[in-house]
Design a protein around this ligand. Structure first.
Ligand code: ZN
Length: 289
C-alpha cells in the first residue's frame, strides 16, 4: 500500500468527513450535539461550509435515542438539499446494540444515500457488543450493491480488514473501495500509529482510506492520516471535546481546525464533487421532497 521509498503526494485533495451525531453521545454530555432532524441538517450545512465534503448521519427519536427510521433520514437529507448544500451524504447502518434489529439497520440503504456505513465485523464496544454477523454483512453488501450505495468499510481492528478482503475477493464489494479505520473504540484496536500502519499495510492496491480516531485519538490520528495522503473524519460522534477539558462548540469547529492544518501541510481540501470523483460516486441527484 505505502511503499517505504514512495513520497507522499500531498497535492491529493483531502476528503474531510464530519460525523455529526452518532448513536450514543447525548446533549447532557455536550449541549452542542445535534439530535433533531433540523439540528442535524443545520450542523451538516455548517460542517460543509467549513470544509467537510461528506457528512456521516445518524438519527434520533423524540427521546434522543438512536433509531434507524428511514423517514427521519430522508427528512435530514431533504433539509440539507433544500438549503442548497451539495455535501456527500453518508447514512449510518450502525444502529444501536440491543436497540435496533438487523433489518432496521439496513433499511436506510433503500433511500439510496451516496454512501452508507458497512461495519466489517463484530467488536466489543464500550459496555456492549456491536454485532455484525457474516449473514448480516452478506445481506447488507448485496442491498448496497443493488441500490448503488458505496459501502464505507469501517474497520475497528485488523480482523475487520481481513473480512473486507474476503468480501472483495468474493466480488461482494466493488472498487473503488473506501475504508474508514475507526481506532480507539473501547473493545477495538487502540488509537495508535502502529495500529494504523498495520491496517494500512493490509489494504488492497488503490483503496481509498480515512481515519476516524475516537476521543483524544481524533486529532493526532487525523493529522497523521492527512500527512500520509489519507483522508480524515472528525465530528462530535467520535469526540465531544475541542481540547482536553473544553467541549467542542460544533462539528463545524472541528472541521475548521482540520482545514487550517491541511492548509499548513499543503493538502487542498476536497469539495463534495471532488470527493464524488475520488470515490466513484454518482452525480448529485435532484431533491425529492
Ligand atoms: Zn456513525
Amino acid at each position: 500500500m505505502l511503499h517505504p521509498h514512495e513520497a507522499t503526494d500531498l497535492s491529493k485533495p483531502l476528503i474531510i468527513s464530519a460525523a455529526l451525531t452518532g448513536s450514543w453521545p447525548t446533549k447532557a454530555q455536550n449541549p452542542n450535539l445535534p439530535v433533531t432532524e433540523e439540528e442535524i441538517a443545520a450542523a451538516a450545512v455548517d460542517a460543509a461550509n467549513a470544509g467537510a465534503a461528506i457528512v456521516h448521519l445518524h438519527v434520533r427519536n423524540e427521546q434522543e435515542k438512536v433509531t434507524c427510521d428511514p423517514a427521519r433520514y430522508a427528512k435530514v437529507r431533504s433539509l440539507i438539499r433544500q438549503s442548497g448544500c451539495d455535501v456527500v451524504i453518508n447514512m449510518s447502518t450502525g444502529g444501536g446494540a440491543g436497540q435496533t434489529t438487523d433489518e432496521q439497520r439496513a433499511e436506510p440503504v433503500d433511500l439510496r444515500p451516496e454512501i452508507a456505513s458497512f461495519d466489517c465485523g463484530s467488536t466489543n464496544f464500550g459496555a456492549g457488543v456491536f454485532v455484525n454477523s457474516p449473514s448480516f454483512l452478506d445481506g447488507l453488501a448485496d442491498r448496497m450493491k443493488r441500490n448503488g450505495v458505496l459501502p464505507e468499510i469501517e474497520c475497528f481492528e485488523p480482523g475487520h480488514v481481513a473480512n473486507a478482503l474476503r468480501f472483495i475477493a468474493e466480488g461482494k464489494i466493488d472498487p473503488p473501495w473506501w475504508f474508514q479505520f475507526v481506532l480507539g473504540v473501547r473493545g477495538g484496536a487502540p488509537g495508535t500509529m502502529k495500529q494504523l500502519m498495520n491496517m494500512l499495510d493490509m489494504l488492497p492496491e488503490g483503496a481509498n482510506w480515512s481515519v476516524c480516531g475516537i476521543g483524544r485519538a481524533q486529532l493526532p490520528l487525523g493529522v497523521a492520516a492527512m500527512s500520509m495522503g489519507g483522508h480524515v473524519r472528525t465530528g462530535l460522534e467520535d469526540n465531544l471535546f475541542y481540547q482536553k477539558g473544553v467541549l467542542a462548540e460544533s462539528n463545524a469547529q472541528l472541521v475548521a481546525r482540520l482545514v487550517r492544518i491541511a492548509g499548513e501541510i499543503g493538502r487542498p481540501v476536497a469539495t463534495p464533487d471532488q470527493a464524488r470523483e475520488i470515490l466513484g460516486l454518482r452525480p448529485l441527484e435532484p431533491v425529492v421532497p
